[in-house]
Design a protein around this ligand. Sequence first.
Ligand code: XBP
Ligand code: MG
Length: 258
Amino acid sequence: MLQALIFDVDGTLADTERQGHRVAFNRAFAEAGLSWAWDEALYGELLAVTGGKERMRHFIAQHHPELPLSTADLDIFIADLQAKKTRHYTDLMASGGIPARPGVIRLLKEAMTSGLRLAIATTTTPQNVDALLAASFGKDALDWFEVIGAGDVVAKKKPAPDIYQWVLAEMGLSPRVCMAFEDSENGFLSSSAAGLPTLVTVNDYTAGHDFPGALLVIDHLGEPNQALTCLSPQPWPSFDRVDVEALLRLYAMWLKQS
Ligand code: XBP
Ligand code: MG
């Protein structure tokens, strides 16, 4: 029986990358006196690397190998930039935030009413999760999630399954009684490798990604006045939004074939 829903954060709960994290990175670079600026196109490419510290390390290796820093100094340099960036991100959230994606708050509340347990499995930092939830989900939203698996709580980030495995262990659940919600190829690979059936809501950075075996690939979870579009599998019984009843149908179909 389906017991828990485990949500990714960035790109899934809210579309935080383009106007949130990317802007925060650029403000951190400026604060550090660096001329670096990640435009929307470059950021889309850099998203292939999950984790802000890992992404900056990749960017430096690719675009600024000339940086005269020893390995130890580079670690310190990146950690300092990430601290600056996290402060800028949480300030951005506090000053207006990024809205929850369509249907997310509705489904979370319906899931709680139905007795489904909720958790988060994300590559971003716990501070960023707290800031987004407080700004865009309401001050009690932090209590909705039994477990928040975030950032460096695991050594290997998505697409490795570690963060989902950590959350499952904390909840004492098998992956087969849970469902994951993701937005990106890295996230989908992570939840799938951990054995969870996964529903994907794409965004404009991930619409071209592949999600073989996903329960459903849709543009968003839908609202009564904002019907979703199903991208895969076609044809899917026509319905305008994902509610708990739809999740249970998807889960039953997945159980039968898995
Ligand atoms: C998305 C990420 C994060 C953010 C930046 O996480 O990969 O790294 O892009 O946040 P997810 P940090 O989709 O798993 O929620 O700078 O805090 O890493
Ligand atoms: Mg994501």
